[in-house]
Design a binder for this molecule. Structure first.
Ligand code: HEM
Length: 395
């Protein structure tokens, strides 16, 4: 079905877009939408807006291939985990997943996450006024990823710049390729050093990981490292900002959470459901099929709006409300099926540590009434662009 009221905004406007009302209309009237495609996926595209359709597409990789993710990004990211299917994906994922085991995440929290937060909040706490996006959220997960990979924390700005140019590679291929090459050149000596002398960091785990005698090829190792920053930092910093945005707009909830930290876990899950940072994922139908009764020819790109799925009224009451007291139900912020986010446990740990640290260190925290009100915006990636706050200065 084509829906004349449904229009994917031009790519240049994605940063400011507010798509939830349009997705809700589509879900109510025409839940699977056929459009002319977008900058990433030209040609007729089928987009899903309900929870049931999103869940079904993501759990059926034999019909809906992830190879579409490699088509646009392979020149810049190399061999991309996100772009593989079937056995090839399973083997590659099993090798890198070894580095994300529970014991590693616990160690990263102890040795890295809290240290990064303390350093950042030591600078912020005496100020009494700051923009938490500029001074905290944009700096925190990227420094954690650098630390996890084994790159000096002070190099995080170079990594951020490369990650952004790689991400925008399809729009500026020259800059994307240059950033991709610069990142490999930077990492190569580190990879060589870890091969001969493992240090226990993620890089050491990755170069020595082995399943059935198979190790990661250099192309896959570098492909994975180029995916880690955009996948791990760009996503988590935005959700961290949204958790703080929600708390700052609901001071009575902030007081409850400050006093009862067991509420942080439901707060994180509700924020992920309500305003995930990654609102859509891509697939391509490899067989003639249907979604929700709508015929989808083989070869068609399929956009799964997991952001829209997580506000489906069939599954949640008043889904546009942020309500940390809801009965827990699985959401699709991390996707589902074989490509479900590999870093979701790390993301939850980072969000938990980040919220705890802000509540511990920034007393009497509130929105800065003298600054423009913050907004959460974006089409594919969402989060607040500013969070101006005031608090009682402390050491
Ligand atoms: C709140 C933060 C995060 C969100 C909302 C998020 C979201 C997602 C989603 C929706 C997918 C599925 C993509 C698909 O099905 O095509 C995904 C995959 C992935 N994520 Fe995350 N992510 C987050 C944090 C992280 C972190 C911290 C890391 C690693 C450090 C990470 C690494 C990955 C990887 C490697 C994949 C690809 C898995 C595969 O293809 O098998 N993510 N993420």
């Amino acid at each position: 079905m084509a829906d004349p009221g449904f229009e994917v905004p031009p790519y240049d406007n994605w940063g400011d877009a507010q798509p939830y009302a349009m997705w809700a209309r589509a879900r109510a009237t025409c839940p699977v939408i056929e459009t002319e495609g977008n900058d990433w996926a030209p040609g007729p595209t089928f987009s899903t807006t309900t929870f049931a359709d999103a869940d079904r597409v993501l759990r059926d990789p034999a019909t809906f291939s992830s190879a579409i993710n490699a088509e646009a990004m392979a020149p810049f990211m190399g061999e991309l985990l996100l772009g593989l299917d079937g056995e090839e994906h399973r083997r590659y994922r099993s090798l890198v997943a070894q580095a994300f085991k529970k014991s590693s995440i616990e160690r990263w929290r102890r040795e890295l996450v809290d240290t990064v937060l303390t350093r950042l909040l030591d600078d912020i706490a005496p100020l009494g006024r700051t923009d938490l996006v500029a001074s905290l959220t944009t700096k925190y997960p990227v420094q954690v990823i650098c630390g996890i990979v084994g790159v000096p924390l002070d190099d995080h700005e170079r990594f951020n710049e490369w990650a952004e140019k790689i991400n925008y590679g399809p729009l500026d291929p020259h800059a994307g390729m240059a950033a991709s090459a610069a990142m490999v050149e930077y990492l190569e000596p580190l990879v060589a050093a870890r091969r001969t002398e493992p240090t226990g960091d993620l890089l050491s785990e990755l170069v020595h990981a082995e399943i059935d005698g198979e190790q990661l090829s250099d192309a896959r190792l570098h492909g994975f490292l180029r995916l880690l920053l955009p996948a791990g930092a760009e996503t988590t910093y935005r959700v961290f900002g949204t958790c703080l945005f929600a708390l700052l707009h609901r001071p009575e909830v902030m007081t409850r959470v400050r006093e009862d930290r067991s509420l942080i876990a439901p707060l994180i899950e509700e924020t992920l459901r309500w305003e995930t940072s990654v609102t859509m994922v891509s697939r391509r139908a490899v067989l003639d099929t249907e979604i929700g009764g709508c015929p989808v020819p083989a070869g068609s790109p399929v956009t799964v709006y997991n952001g829209a799925a997580d506000r489906d009224t069939e599954r949640w009451q008043d889904p546009d409300d942020w309500n940390i007291d809801r009965d827990p139900q699985a959401h699709l912020a991390f996707g589902t099926g074989p490509h479900q986010c590999l870093g979701m446990h790390l993301a939850r740990v980072e969000l938990d540590a980040g919220i705890n640290a802000v509540l511990d260190r920034l007393v009497d925290l509130r929105l800065d009434a003298a600054a423009p009100a913050p907004v959460i915006a974006g089409y594919a990636f969402r989060g607040p662009t500013t969070l101006p706050v005031v608090f009682s200065p402390s050491r």
